[in-house]
Design a protein around this ligand. Sequence first.
Ligand code: PHE
Length: 352
Amino acid sequence: MLRTKKLQLVSTIYRNIERIKKEIQNFNFEQSADLEVFRIKFLGSKNCIKELFMELKNVPNDEKKNVGLLLNSLKFLAEEKYNLNKLQSSEHEKNDSQFDLSLPSQKISLGAHHPLSITSNKIISIFNKIGFDTSEGPEIEDDWHNFTALNFPLNHPARDMQDTFFIQKGDKEHVLRTHTSSVQVRVMETSKPPIRTISAGRVYRNEAISARAHCFFHQIEGLYIDKNVSFADLKQTLLFFVKEMFGTDTKIRMRPSYFPFTEPSAEVDMSCTLCNQKGCNVCKHTGWLEIMGCGMVDPNVLEACGIDPKIYSGFAFGMGVERIAQLKYRVGDLRLYSENDVRFLNQFQSGR
Ligand code: PHE
């Protein structure tokens, strides 16, 4: 080969080396198949670097060493880029295969409604069916709504019946409401009969905490005011409630009692559904369970709330949600309801 031709060849080889070097450097591995494309082109049995190596024999001796070195470093560059990307893509595969899509998914643990919420929602929905709406009021009450309007005369010992928590708010004395009858006063003051309302909420009494008593509990009280409301209406309403709540065989009885805001007043017992009135330790072998207080709204209360007792009459009743829940779920210790022990709460996941 003529020397000038050889020199032309050398410069072509140099140009090709430069071109291939750029190609290698700019090669983008976008898909997994690109790795194989790269291998065939730069490292395969008929790769473009090899072709240049074949030309080495025609390179003049004084250039051979240099061209050889450049070709070797080109080959090295291709191998290095290939190995690096192979490693990365196998790592990707490994990561992908850490997910076994055939495995069952992780368990999603269900929350549970609190037994008192379940019970109080059930009670409210029973009364909703027969036309009662729901009303709410503040837990920090003034004396008027908790006592005076409800016919508790000032300094009357009846105020002590309820072990009140007194609190000073400004220069006025307030109380933590001892019953949700205070909400009923607010409803009577602001709306006109007919009134059919259920007031549910937390109430407070200054009692030592034990299995059978707590310093707070939950009440549901009902109020019905219209023309010609009678004691028979009260009795039928409560009978309907216990049958819906505890089953159609449940019976009730009423015993005379006293509340300042009702006249006449009664305690309501229902037949013991735990032993079918055969006698058990829950009903203390009487066959009856005390569940609520009730009575005809005292005319003094109607008058205090701006309702004419000559035209309207009404009945009221009040029960403890804990007591009803206790009978439904047979929970003996009242403290369980406020301890937030998930072992207790999780037992109510069915929501019934
Ligand atoms: N407020 C009474 C209590 O807390 C319950 C009750 C309500 C009694 C309505 C009679 C009528 O004990």
